[in-house]
Design a protein around this ligand. Structure first.
Ligand SMILES: [Fe+2]
Length: 360
């Protein structure tokens, strides 16, 4: 039976997700439904056992939602996010030393200098460190077009020494902000009618040529669940400028001739580009408001990827290891097979391994 103590609402001021033990499936589902995000704790098993982290990551969807609520498909784990604070340095070390370079990236400066000297190579610690930058709020899996995973899990195997706090931007709050803006009457109808191209593509700054997706920016599913997505280009997924970025990070929604024709037909009082700008500004404002939470080792965050954007702060030292799990529940639009191809799995997408912390 669900324990009432875990059924408290997300703190309205800080918007921090509640923590719920994995054994309480009812409370997990309730929190996801209410808040769009929950932190799952107290995972079973021995973390020192071989293959523990990938194994438990793969079990998370069934543990949290129950097998009968999932659309079957392999593999359960999309990838390991290994994020390095010293990314540029690591790349140099790997170029010079191959696999040994990854080990050396954790070496002390003295060890590194000695190694470089032995090999007659430059002293790699002189290379400026690339710190883990601030990551902007986004939806995961938009490469799948209309078939993004409807829930995602991020399990922390290793948290950064400092920084790396997670934060979440609830689409409901973004909408609420837009509802109370000065030109809400002109804006609101356009959010759910104007059709934009929402396909990930190199043209709009994306990593991949994703499956095609077109539609209004916000929609509501029959059960009332909000559905939207925010795609960010390569240069906007992470920013050095943090919240002060000007202009604000821009979503990859694209205005097409169809968008313009529709805007003219319905007598839109805002240009399609102005609609996009207002939504990005609202996301940015909500990003500043959102509470920050540092996930602990062994905790997993579960996000309603239809409704809530996720992001994290910069981290300054060390590295982070997160297991990313993409899940299609029976409440989703289905696992991606929209182009008539065999049912895909996340591993069908070949991620650029030279940038392990950059893929959304
Ligand atoms: Fe992500």
């Amino acid at each position: 039976m669900a324990q009432l103590s875990y059924a408290g609402t997300m703190n309205d001021m800080s918007q921090l997700p509640v923590r719920v033990p994995v054994s309480d499936q009812g409370a997990i589902k309730a929190a996801v439904k209410r808040d769009g995000v929950v932190i799952v704790t107290d995972l079973p098993g021995d973390e020192h056992a071989p293959g523990y982290w990938e194994g438990i990551a793969g079990e998370l969807p069934a543990l949290c939602f129950g097998n009968s609520n999932l659309i079957p498909g392999e593999p359960p784990v999309a990838c390991l996010h290994q994020e390095f604070a010293r990314f540029e340095q690591l790349q140099m070390l790997q170029a010079a030393y191959g696999d040994e370079g990854a080990v050396l990236s954790k070496a002390t400066e003295g060890e590194l200098a000695r190694k470089a000297e032995q090999k007659g190579l430059p002293h790699f610690t002189e290379i400026p460190w690339q710190h883990g930058l601030h990551q902007n709020p986004h939806t995961d899996g938009y490469v799948y077009g209309d078939h993004v995973p409807d829930h995602i899990f991020l399990l922390v195997e290793q948290q950064a020494d400092t920084g790396g706090e997670s934060f979440f931007v609830d689409g409901e709050r973004v909408l609420e902000r837009l509802r109370t803006g000065p030109d809400a009457d002109s804006l609101l109808p356009l959010l759910e009618t104007l059709v934009y191209d929402q396909t990930e593509s190199a043209e709009t700054g994306g990593y991949f040529q994703g499956r095609s997706s077109k539609g209004p920016l916000f929609g509501r599913r029959p059960d009332g669940r909000l559905q939207w997505k925010r795609m960010l280009g390569k240069d906007q997924l992470q920013t050095k400028e943090d919240m002060q970025a000007v202009p604000v990070p821009r979503s990859c929604w694209a205005v097409t001739p169809e968008t313009r024709a529709m805007a003219a037909k319905i007598g839109a009082r805002l240009a399609p580009e102005d609609v996009l700008r207002r939504v990005d500004l609202a996301i940015q404002a909500e990003s500043e408001n959102a509470g920050r939470v540092r996930l602990n080792k062994g905790e997993a965050v579960c996000v309603d990827n239809y409704r809530v954007l996720h992001a994290r702060e910069a981290f300054n030292t060390g590295e982070r290891r997160l297991w990313r799990v993409w899940t299609w529940t029976t409440s989703s639009d289905g696992r991606p097979d929209g182009d008539g191809q065999p049912v895909s799995t996340p591993l069908d997408i070949h991620l650029d391994l030279t940038a392990p912390d950059a893929s959304p």
